[in-house]
Design a protein around this ligand. Sequence first.
Ligand code: NAD
Ligand code: UDP
Length: 343
Amino acid sequence: QLLSSQSIPTPHTPHVIQTQRLPDSLRKKILVTGGAGFVGSHLVDLLMSQGHEVVVLDNFFTGRKANVEHWLHHPNFSLVRHDVTQPILLEIDQIYHLACPASPPHYQYNPVKTIKTSTMGTINMLGLAKRVKARILLASTSEIYGDPTVHPQPESYWGNVNTIGPRACYDEGKRVAETMMYAYKNQNGVSVRIARIFNTFGPRMHPNDGRVVSNFIIQSLQNKDITIYGSGAQTRSFQYVDDLVKGLHALMNGDYDLPVNLGNPDEYSIKDFATKIRDMTQSKSEIIFLPKVADDPSQREPDISTARRELNWEPRVSVEEGLRKTIEYFRGEVDAAGEIVPT
Ligand code: NAD
Ligand code: UDP
């Protein structure tokens, strides 16, 4: 049975999302840390539409209330302003632990805080999971592979991270978070899931996120220079956010409890990606080359055979289709703001 979400259409959610009515025996109470962020808010939409009770916990460092405002008055939804570095007592069945800045400018803004978020934050969520016997899924990252010497990257690859470089606060934070997940599983019997997420894009990315998709689209829409860091020969593989949240959901609710790569193996050089976005937006932007950023991984592509085998999951949305939707979203953001200067 479908109920209306009673949502008010907003620039972030121009459509009404239907919510299913679940019997008490099937309705779970699900915590999403970082649920007001880009990925978290899409996950919240999926869980709410399925009829679950959802608690979002967020300190709004990079997240925005606007991303979840369409749920604020729904009886199944709660929003708690809270920093995961502080303990919290809640009664819940599942935890999706996403709280952590994800874009390089954001996580490098306050590296100590980023480390605290990944370490103390994950310990707090694991402690909560242990107390209430909830299953916990960690949003880990392809960054744990560092600048990979194996290509594409399978989960069995141990990675190549500079422990003292500018990205280390994020990469090493996530690596130790993974370690803590298995320590709690082995020592305390906590049920854990780990998603190693590869570059993801879509509507609700923060306009000042500083990541390549948002920067290139915003620059193109305003006919400003498209800034490539380095030669542009470095590669990334981009997945659309709807595919990711389906993968997170399948992982949480499946039996497989080792790390799983979630990404779209469609790999682009950053230079080709810039040209693609410029063409799709019919922009007059120039492509310019700025100095390379330190420790920038030179190549990245997920091996998703584990996700295919264990979760029966693979990306369904092409990069082109995802970009069309994301360009539309950013067009709205640029129109609303008048001008956006990307980070
Ligand atoms: P985001 O910055 O949009 O979302 C992160 C959310 O966490 C924000 O709402 C932020 O306010 C919140 N947050 C940060 N620190 C917090 C703290 N101490 N306490 C409470 N809330 C806090 O980023 P995103 O792209 O949605 O990423 C979500 C998760 O997925 C992150 O854990 C990230 O590491 C992981 N991930 C994302 C990508 C990607 O391409 N988007 C790739 C790999 C991994
Ligand atoms: N990048 C770029 N110009 C930008 C933003 C990013 O050339 O304006 C490059 C960046 O150096 C990296 C790639 O694009 O090689 C992806 O960067 P992003 O910050 O999106 O993600 P990550 O490096 O974490 O994969």
